[in-house]
Every structure is written in C-alpha cells, then in structure tokens.
Design a protein. Structure first.
Length: 563
C-alpha cells in the first residue's frame, strides 16, 4: 500500500522554506519531474468535449498528468507519497486570453491613478510621487478615468502645471487609448496650436484651439516617441514583476496582446532557459518594424510550451471611454463624431495576407460596431484571397457589435476574445456613448455562446485588474464588486459559472491552438492547476469575486503559495 500521506498542511510548511520573494516559489527541474499523487481533491475540469467533470485524485509525473479520476487510480501507485488536499477545490490554471505583460510590470513600477476621484486629486498624487523620486526625468503613470469624476470631463495640462511645472508628465488613461500631458511634455513633443491631429488620432483643444494636454489614440505617439524608452534591464524587471503578480492570482498562461520584437526575443530566450514564470502566447504587434522578419521565421513553439508566438495583433479602432471606438453612426453624446479608425482597410488586408501566408493567426482589436464590421469584412476577404480559416482568427474585445454582424463571428470561425470586467467598468458611461439601441449588441456574451461561438475571456490588464475571479464574477452576475446594479447590468447577457470558467480555461487555450496541452486537467496535458479557498461552483454568486488562490502549480511544480 502507500508509504505515507502528505497533508496539505505539511505541503504548506515545506513550501514556506522555498520562498524567494513574497509568496513566489523557486522550483527545480526535479520538482517538475518527480512523481506526485494528489488525493482528497474537490476537483473540477473539462473533458475533450468541453464538459465539466469532477475528480478526486490526480497523478503527475514529468510535469504532466498521467492519471486523473476517482480514488481507484491510486491502486497503481505504491511507492510515492500521497498529497492529501483535504477536500480543497482544484481548478485548471487560469488563462488570461488578453493582457499586456510588460505594461502590467511597468504599471506596477509607476504611479497608479485608478482610485483618483478627480483630476485635482490625481495631480496631487503625481506631485507627491514626483517629490519622492527626484531622480526621475519623466513622470509616468496610468489609470485615470474621467468618467468616474464628478464633472466627467477630460483633464487639462494646467492642473498638472500648477503642481509639477518643471518635469514632463505623461499619464495614460485607464484604457491606454488616451494620454494626459503637462505643458513641459507638450513642449518637448513640439505640440503647439498649429500641430495637426494625425490620422487615427486627435489632439483635444480648448475653445481657442490650444491643445489641452489630452491626446487620443494615434496622437499619443507625438509624446511617447520623445520619452526615453525603458532599457532591457527595466523590461526584464517589468516582466518578472508582472509574472509574479499573475501567478499569485492563479494565472498560469497569458495571451500577450501586442508583443514587440524586443519582447519576443526576450521571451524566447527566457523560455529556452526555462526561466519564464508564466506561460505566454505572443501576439506580435503589427506596427513593429521587425514584423516581416518575425513572420518569415514562422510560428514559434517550444517543447515546454512556455512561449509560443503564432499571432499578429492589429488595431481597427480606439476605445469607447475616450470616444475613439469607431461607430457606424455618431456617438450619442457627441453627434459630430464617429470615432477613429486606426488602421486603413488596405493596411489591414496587407497584414492579414502576410500573416496567413506565414501561418499566423490575426487578432484584431475592435471595440466599436464599425471597427468590428471592418475586422469581419477583411477576415472574410482574406478567406477568399489567401485562405486561413483554420487559423482561428480573433477579434479582441468585440465590444459593440451590430446585431447582424454577431452571427458572422460563428460563420467565419472568428473567436470573440472578450473581457467581462470591461462591461462592469463601462456600464457607467456606455449608454451615454452609444444609446440604448446599440447596447443590444454590446458585451453580448450570452448571444455569442448561444450561437455556438467559443468565448476566450481575459482581463486586458493593466487596463483592468488582472484578478480572474473579478472577471468570472462580472460574467456571471453582470455586477461590479459592490454587487451593483442589484439585478445586473443587461442581465440577459450573463453566463453561467461553468461557461465563465470554461472561457478562462479550455476555450481560452483553444483560441491559442493550445487545447491539446493546456486549458484543462486531462491525461497527457501539463499539470497546470490552482487550489482555491472555496468551492466556486457552489458559492453564492455575489461572493465569487472574493475567491482567493491558495496555491498555483505549473508543470507539476508549485510556484505560488499564499502566505
């Protein structure tokens, strides 16, 4: 029979001796190879038909699952310690199907303005931050959202100038599609009253035509191009900080949306040395000058599935909050404006053609109904021109979609890659922007699932908080973390807890062509799983968001332990 039963309590004590920083655990190759037999699990996963299954025991060897099911599988294993999970709940590791790893790291290194209740409060935070860091040449931050401020108006440079007049400041809006600069930054960028808004961008101006300090979408580059770039050491630090943050939230895999050539090289190098802390699926930025070279090299995979790259990320439009999302009809709260198209039809066609011929999926950012329609039109064109329907092209966000276009996602085999917390963050302004009628095709998760589309869910961190249980809660309740509105916002578009978790696991893996190795706990797949503090399938909906991760395991090795 079995020599010994190792309890979850003892596992915790052993894990504590392995801490490096916080709760992140260093693992050796031996940790992953060693045979591990888990028992007394309250386990949930999906089978190859995407059906929810329960299990109580699992055997891992060489980082992969060799047996899973009920306790009868234990009879074959007599030489290894049993790890008794004491009835705790196990889920597959979470895949965030849309995030920005280095941006998250930089955000954690910069000042976070998410909780600012006004432009003046944000400016005061910036002033304190600047005074504490006199060595910084540029002051950078992210997270402001004028929609949450009392007047709901965009800020201006004067507010920053009053407190920090001598150092350039650049603060990105929460959605990353607008930036707020002080006068010093505008001067360094050469932006004056005579500066024209670039195609796909807008320089906001006051009544006299003078730039206010807020730049939308492509206009942001006027400032960002003069900011000294982070060096490679800082980039490596950002990747490490972000990765440690993510595994602490139970995220074992991320689809990194908009990877630069420099990041691509670093990820490949880290994966080759088995030093990536979280699995990454790279969507190469379509604007990177080295894209042709990367495409010519073909899709990237590695035997350990730590880093793969077979997708290209391209933008059709901006974001709804900054009125950059491209709409078929004018904004309800700005009748002279239909948003911004960031990529021309011909450029989108060129990117699709080059990507498909190189064997790459295309992931198209589209938020407005015009942006979504353009994405679908050009994907349909590409099928007739160069093929590629098997590549599982994606539309990132699919946020506001014309009702007639929703069905085209299924017909064209296009994956709606959506972020549930966008709905609960946007509900305070979405109807103001697009009116009640267009909301019928907005954040329409239920409609997509009912027609047979597979949702790939994510958070879009650092625009939203990366915690996946916030997203699962939003998907199921259509409520924020204060459980408002009481009956949920457009509650008919809510989905079940099973559907929500499926969209963050096996269906997210499918969106990256990784469903045979990741996304569920099945024999032959990597043993990526999490232990959580509650049975989420039997948890009251209003407290789903409170779920905490106790342990995160990747390839059969524990990488995070809640302290």
């Amino acid at each position: 029979m079995v020599n010994q039963i190792l309890s979850i309590t003892r596992i915790k004590k052993l894990a504590l001796t392995l801490f490096i920083l916080g709760s992140v655990i260093s693992c050796t190759n031996h940790d992953a190879v060693q045979l591990k037999v888990f028992t007394n699990i309250n386990g949930y996963s999906f089978n190859n038909l995407r059906e929810l299954n329960k299990f109580s025991s699992m055997v891992v060897e060489g980082g992969k699952i060799v047996a899973i099911g009920n306790d009868t599988i234990l009879d074959k294993f007599t030489k290894s310690d049993l790890i008794d999970l004491e009835g705790q709940t196990m889920l597959p590791g979470i895949t965030d199907a849309h995030g920005h790893v280095s941006s998250l790291g930089y955000t954690l290194m910069q000042i976070d303005l998410r909780d600012s209740e006004s432009a003046h409060q944000a400016a005061k935070k910036i002033a304190r931050y600047t005074n504490q860091r006199p060595f910084l040449k540029w002051i950078r931050g992210r997270g402001w959202n004028q929609v949450l401020w009392p007047d709901k108006k965009f800020p201006n440079s004067k507010i920053l100038d009053e407190l920090v007049p001598n150092k350039p400041i650049w603060l990105e809006r929460i959605d990353g599609h607008a930036g707020w600069a002080n006068t010093k930054a505008l001067e360094l960028a050469g932006i004056t009253t005579d500066t024209l808004s670039p195609p796909g961008g807008e320089i906001l101006r006051d009544s006299s035509g003078k730039p206010t300090g807020v730049l939308i979408d492509n206009a942001m580059e006027l400032v960002t191009k003069v900011i000294p770039p982070y060096d490679e050491k800082e980039l490596m630090q950002a990747i490490e900080i972000a990765s440690k943050h993510l595994i602490g939230l139970g995220i074992t895999s991320v689809h990194d949306a908009g990877v630069s050539a420099r990041e691509h090289r670093i990820y490949r190098a880290l994966a080759g040395k088995k030093e990536l802390l979280v699995r990454l699926y790279g969507m190469i930025s379509s604007t990177d000058p080295e894209l042709p070279t990367i495409l010519s090299e073909g899709p990237v995979t590695d035997e350990n599935d730590l880093y793969s790259a077979r997708s290209v990320k391209v933008y059709t439009d901006g974001a709804l909050g900054s009125r950059g999302a491209a709409l078929l009809q004018p904004y309800s709260d700005r009748p002279d404006h239909t948003g911004l198209l960031l990529t021309s039809k011909q450029t989108l066609r060129d990117i699709l053609e080059d990507a498909v011929l190189s064997g790459f999926q295309v992931a198209i950012h589209a938020i407005g109904d015009k942006g979504n329609q353009l994405a679908l039109d050009e994907i349909e064109w590409s099928y007739s021109s160069v093929g590629g329907k098997e590549l599982r092209h994606r539309v990132e966000h699919a946020q506001v979609v014309d009702l007639e276009d929703i069905a085209r996602f299924k017909l064209l085999n296009v994956i709606p890659s959506m972020q549930p917390t966008h709905a609960t963050s946007d509900m305070n302004m979405a109807e103001d922007r697009i009116g009640a009628e267009r909301l019928k095709g907005a954040y329409a998760w239920r409609t997509f699932i009912d027609q047979g589309s597979r949702l790939a869910s994510g958070s879009d961190f650092p625009i939203e908080l990366a915690n996946p249980f916030y997203g699962i809660h939003a998907a199921v309740t259509r409520q924020n973390r204060q459980n408002l509105p009481i009956k949920g916002w457009i509650s008919e578009q809510s989905i079940s807890i099973t559907e929500a978790i499926r969209s963050f696991t096996i269906d997210a893996a499918w969106a990256a062509h990784q469903e045979t190795t990741l996304g569920s706990l099945e024999v032959g797949k990597w043993a990526d799983f999490i232990i959580i503090d509650r049975d989420i399938f039997n948890e009251p909906q209003e407290s789903i968001w409170k779920t905490e991760v106790l342990q995160t395991w990747i390839a059969g090795a524990i990488v995070y332990q809640k302290s």
